[in-house]
Design a protein around this ligand. Structure first.
Ligand SMILES: [Zn+2]
Length: 59
């Protein structure tokens, strides 16, 4: 009885995962990729940081 409930629960989780993948293909990875591709912006002047430090920090 308990085993049956667990099996049904697991099947439901797998189904939800499959439906989610079918509806939103690469939604999570896409969001992560977007975050990774976002160029670093300086917190002080707001310009894109080229290299390790911004030009404004160098003085
Ligand atoms: Zn800066």
């Amino acid at each position: 009885m308990l085993l049956k409930i667990i099996l049904v629960f697991l099947l439901g989780m797998v189904l939800i995962g499959m439906v989610g993948k079918a509806l939103f293909p690469g939604a999570l990875t896409g969001a992560m990729r977007r975050k990774g591709l976002k160029p670093p912006v300086c917190g002080r002047c707001g310009r894109y940081v080229i290299g390790k430090t911004c030009a404004c920090k160098k003085g």
